[in-house]
Design a protein around this ligand. Structure first.
Ligand SMILES: Nc1ncnc2c1ncn2[C@@H]1O[C@H](COP(=O)(O)OP(=O)(O)OP(=O)(O)O)[C@@H](O)[C@H]1O
Length: 375
């Protein structure tokens, strides 16, 4: 009898906990990451992984004991506007799917209680002190902008650093542009690309206003741009370049020439990388192992030149040609060799918004709050 009672009590506790979590997240989170995406996720092409739906075994790849992970208080910190709705134990029990590995660490999608979805980035060892790391996370965590992927929280204990981000079920712009080839390649029309560019530019410009106008992104590339629910670009991975010195990967040609050996990132170098991103959007050519600035510079890009424009865009009506030419021009001005000659990010936003207002059959609205769907 007491067994039945115990089981019943456990069940009630579990249901209450689930209900509590649902309410907490529903009340405090903004779309798109949590709650609703667990169902989308199953249909998302970039999420297949042999490790999907299994809790990730942190302990087996760490030098810390279970007690160390769970018993020291305040290691899992939620950022300003994000409610503390789960603990580190819940996170460790969550089912995880491996999303990929970047310069700063490995990334997993974690699903807690079948309804809360977050992205966990497990960082490689950082090069800053604990205090500096926490301060940096607080700064990034305080950024709230529809064009910036929100940092929800972080876990920090000695060498172990895990960052929690909003989850974007449609994958990155890099995956959208280059994920599939041939007949399976995604059709990405011009208004969509312009919205991605406008959103990413706004996000970076916003980042550049933080900490007295000194915050730098440091790693702008299409794999760090996602698409928000309004279908605008949304920038991720802010400020990680400041906590982790990476060996520069010369194979990726999206960093400013002055950064090549030092990775001394600056707002000017962010502008350069954004310029490369614009060129990538127009040409649909990846900057991995290919210098887009050099290539576009080698052709007559100030006139309509189908040689450098993605074939998918050539199918469009002729009215967008001028917008495409102007976008290439903005990309090239951002890609100026000398940092002083590059425009400020706020000016770049204005330039792209002006382009989107040019008279075409399909104008892209530039309102800050856009509720419509893809045109
Ligand atoms: N917030 C997110 N939502 C959905 N997928 C994500 C999110 N953040 C990262 N990913 C995915 O996880 C994988 C690894 O991302 P990560 O940012 O570590 O690497 P990267 O962008 O390829 O390289 P880099 O280290 O230069 O940023 C990528 O496939 C990326 O699309």
């Amino acid at each position: 009898m007491s067994d039945i009672y115990d089981n019943w009590e456990k069940l009630v506790r579990a249901v209450l906990r689930k209900e509590q979590l649902w309410q907490l997240f529903h009340a405090h989170s903004r779309s798109p990451s949590i709650l609703s995406e667990s169902s989308d996720a199953s249909s998302s092409s970039h999420l297949s992984s042999p490790s999907a739906n299994m809790p990730f075994d942190f302990l087996s790849s760490s030098s810390y004991s279970r007690e160390e992970y769970f018993e020291v208080p305040n290691k899992l910190v939620f950022t300003a506007k994000f409610t503390r709705a789960f603990g580190i134990e819940d996170l460790f029990k969550a089912s995880t799917g491996y999303l990929g590995k970047g310069m700063f660490g490995s990334v997993y999608k974690a699903t807690l209680y079948d309804m809360i979805v977050v992205v966990m980035k497990r960082l490689k060892p950082v090069n800053v002190s604990e205090v500096q790391f926490r301060r940096r996370m607080e700064i990034i965590g305080n950024i709230r902008d529809e064009n910036v992927v929100a940092l929800k929280g972080y876990y920090s204990y000695k060498e172990e650093k895990i960052i929690l981000y909003e989850y974007y079920c449609n994958g990155s712009v890099s995956q959208l542009l280059h994920g599939k080839t041939g007949e399976n390649q995604a059709h990405v029309d011009w208004p969509t690309r312009l919205r991605i560019a406008i959103g990413a530019a706004r996000g970076i410009a916003h980042i550049h206003t933080q900490i007295g106008g000194k915050l730098v992104h440091g790693n702008i590339r299409s794999s760090n741009v996602f698409i928000n629910p309004q279908r605008y670009g949304c920038i991720s991975d802010i400020g990680l370049a400041a906590v982790k010195t990476t060996t520069f990967t010369p194979a990726i040609r999206c960093y400013a020439p002055e950064d090549e050996n030092t990775r001394n990132v600056s707002q000017e170098s962010d502008v350069y990388s954004f310029g490369v991103f614009l060129l990538e959007l127009v040409t649909r050519t990846s900057p991995i192992a290919f210098d887009l600035v050099k290539w576009v510079n080698s052709v007559e890009y100030k006139e309509w030149n189908p040689k450098v424009v993605d074939i998918d865009l050539l199918k469009n009506n002729s009215a967008i040609k001028e917008q495409i030419v102007k976008t290439l021009e903005v990309g090239m001005s951002c890609g100026a060799k000398s940092p002083e000659r590059r425009p400020k990010m706020s000016a770049v936003v204005k330039m792209i918004e002006d382009i989107s207002m040019m008279n075409t059959e399909k104008q892209v609205s530039t309102g800050r709050k856009i509720s419509g769907t893809l045109q």
